[in-house]
Ligand binder design. Structure first.
Ligand SMILES: [Zn+2]
Length: 299
């Protein structure tokens, strides 16, 4: 493990950006987690992958950055805690800028690779089935599918923020993929393990590591129009009747909204498609129009 960047912190010891490197030469992959300090599933997934790599002799180079926003993780916050900046909105960064910009710059420089993967959890109030978000076509989509995560979500590149890590990597001509699973603040070992296996599948596909013979398969391979998004028709208390990964048919009850005082049922949420539940609201207090459930259509 090497420290690729550090800065003085007010009182708790220095901030350090850690990188673990396996192998040398090409092809090269950089895998980053914990840009958002409270997204623990990504951190755990990269550490699980680290355990797998320890017993391998990679044919190529793998750089792991398991936890970028260490102080955010300490405090269970997504952003850099001192000035509330989102490191993932700070790329490509500035070596002379505010701290989040300096960390972003150091990470961007140290993650130079042919292929870069940014691993996140969902927000604290939503749970995501492990998924990879990829462009609409091309080699990155092929690589995304090789991970065999439950959902491949093809999204137009135009949606990417240029100040985000993925956008900055792509602007620099590197291939980049975005992996998301579980929810913020909590650790779901099952989802983290799925994400780690997906990363290992990708390294196997690239010939960097031995092929992990994982039984995983892509359940939903979707574009935005294949994803059925349910938003709250009214404010209230949302009770989910399904879990992420559940397969549903048209008419399947996904959950209901009830009054937080007295429990009167206000609305029901039902699938209108055949598919797999990919996102569920986890924090039940909801305002009108907030996201409740996403179903990835499989037909
Ligand atoms: Zn995140």
């Amino acid at each position: 493990m090497s420290v690729v960047f550090s800065i003085d912190a007010p009182y708790r010891g220095r901030y350090e950006l850690h990188r673990l490197t396996y192998g040398s030469g090409g092809p090269s992959v950089a895998i980053v987690a914990g840009l958002h300090g409270n997204e623990l599933n990504g951190i755990h997934a990269v550490n699980l992958l680290n355990k797998m790599l320890r017993v391998q002799r990679p044919k190529g180079t793998v750089h792991l950055f398991p936890l970028v926003n260490t102080f955010g993780a300490d405090q269970a916050t997504k952003r850099w805690p001192y000035d509330d900046q989102d490191i993932n909105h700070s790329f490509p960064g500035d070596p002379d800028g505010p701290v989040a910009q300096r960390i972003a710059h150091a990470l961007f420089e140290a993650s130079d690779a042919d292929l870069c993967i940014d691993v996140h959890s969902g927000a604290p109030h939503v749970r995501e089935l492990p998924q990879v978000r990829a462009p609409m076509g091309g080699e990155e989509l092929e690589l995304a599918r090789a991970m065999k995560l439950p959902v491949v979500w093809r999204r137009p590149g135009i949606r990417l923020e240029p100040t985000g890590l993925i956008g900055a990597w792509r602007a620099a001509g590197r291939k980049a993929l975005h992996v998301v699973g579980g929810r913020g603040i909590t650790l779901d070992n099952r989802h983290a393990t799925t994400m780690a296996n997906g990363l290992a599948n990708l390294l196997g596909h690239l010939g960097i590591s031995a092929n992990l013979d994982s039984p995983m398969t892509v359940i939903g391979d979707v574009t935005h129009s294949d994803v059925e998004t349910h938003r709250a028709s009214c404010g209230g208390f949302f009770v989910a009747e399904v879990r992420v990964g559940d397969r549903v048919e048209p008419g399947h009850l996904l959950g209901y909204i009830q009054s937080p005082v007295g429990g009167e049922r206000l609305d029901e949420v039902r699938s209108s498609v055949t598919g797999v539940v990919m996102t569920i609201r986890a924090y039940p207090m909801i305002h009108a129009q907030e996201l409740l459930v996403r179903v990835a259509g499989t037909k």
